[in-house]
Ligand binder design. Structure first.
Ligand code: CUA
Length: 354
């Protein structure tokens, strides 16, 4: 049939391939869960792009494969092919149709973009700061609370203002379908309304250095009342270092701060179950702080505090300066640093389980 009625055969094969292709692209589960109001519009747009791509792909491949078969060289034929000028009508068609398709898709994409970027009243402003290799978050309108774990109330519009302290990063929450570069010297903006309770990954989507793959955190979307409680607890923690929230136990408060601040991602510390390798192990910290502090004329407490606030002042042998973020002094309140210093010295000192 391909020999006697090639166009009919080609058309039939292409139609079947198109139907199969569309079924496959729609069957594949491309997306994570839909956790924001923008997600379903974006997923629909993506599906439309996929469905339109399939017949174009099939048409191009069918014509190419058929031509290879039908116009192949006969054995013994060494002549050049006949010179052809082209076909003006065909060229006009294959420029016009793609132009119309691309224009229509651009308009559709633009409509979706304008819709999801629309500014909304009562938005919660969150400052997002990327640095090698962690995200931190600040709620400027709510007591300037600074945290390492993002928490958002469900169904309230959020406006992220994204910054970086060093190189390019890319703030990405796949379940929100939200992604924007963090660009040195610029503040980029992105709006989203989370509409599903749960915990979702926060990812860095720009290769930003040796710890890029560890630059993963979590956003928790909670009920508005729970969000208010959480915010109040953070403000309280700024004041007392988290002791009250941990039932008055400063060691438990320190352990929680160690985790929440992300120290565990880079440092080893048996008491916290931390196995990070990017920075020096802290398991012998009390003895080291006593010895190194003495050389500097500091108490162990002063030494540990200085090493947290100004990490490049004392770089441990075998590690590069600039590896540890230098803004923990801004990010943690004085009371939180007290809690952390006390914790680190007491779980690694004499009488501890080390
Ligand atoms: Cu930050 Cu990759």
């Amino acid at each position: 049939m391909l020999r006697r009625r090639p166009l009919l055969a080609l058309t039939l094969i292409s139609l079947v391939a198109t139907a199969v292709g569309i079924a496959i692209v729609l069957w594949i589960d491309w997306f994570p869960s839909q956790a924001s109001t923008a997600a379903s519009d974006i997923d629909t747009l993506y599906d439309v792009l996929l469905v339109i791509s399939v017949p174009i792909f099939v048409l191009v491949m069918a014509v190419a494969l058929y031509s290879v078969y039908a116009f192949r060289v006969k054995p013994g034929d060494t002549r050049d092919g006949a010179p052809i000028h082209g076909n003006t009508r065909l060229e006009v068609i294959w420029v016009t149709i793609p132009f119309l398709i691309v224009t229509a898709l651009a308009i559709y994409g633009w409509i979706v973009l304008v819709d999801i970027e629309e500014s909304k009243a009562d938005a919660l402003v969150v400052d997002v700061t990327g640095q090698q290799f962690a995200w931190s978050f600040e709620y400027p309108d709510d007591g300037e609370v600074q945290v390492n774990q993002l928490v958002l109330p469900k169904d309230r519009p959020v406006e992220f203002r994204v910054h970086t302290l060093d190189v390019l990063h890319d703030f990405w929450v796949p379940d929100f379908r939200l992604k924007t570069d963090a660009v040195p010297g610029l503040t980029t903006h992105i709006r989203v309304t989370p509409n599903r309770l749960g915990a979702f990954p926060v990812v860095c989507a720009e290769l930003c250095g040796i710890g890029h793959s560890t630059m993963r955190q979590t956003v928790r979307v909670v009920e508005p009342a729970e969000f208010d409680d959480w915010l109040a607890e953070q403000q309280q923690t700024d004041e007392d270092g988290g002791v009250e929230a941990n039932g008055g136990d400063p060691i438990a408060a320190g352990r929680q701060l160690f985790d929440d601040t992300g120290c565990n991602a880079c440092h080893m510390l048996a008491d916290a179950g931390a196995t990070g390798q990017a920075g020096p192990s802290l398991d012998d910290l009390a003895a080291q702080a006593a010895q190194l502090g003495q050389q500097q004329g500091m108490t162990p407490e002063e030494y540990v505090r200085a090493a947290i606030v100004d990490p490049d002042a004392f770089v441990v042998e075998g590690f590069q300066p600039g590896l540890m973020p230098s803004n923990f002094g801004d990010q943690l309140s004085p009371a939180e640093i007290d809690t952390l210093v006390e914790y680190l010295l007491s779980v690694t000192g004499e009488g501890s389980t080390q």
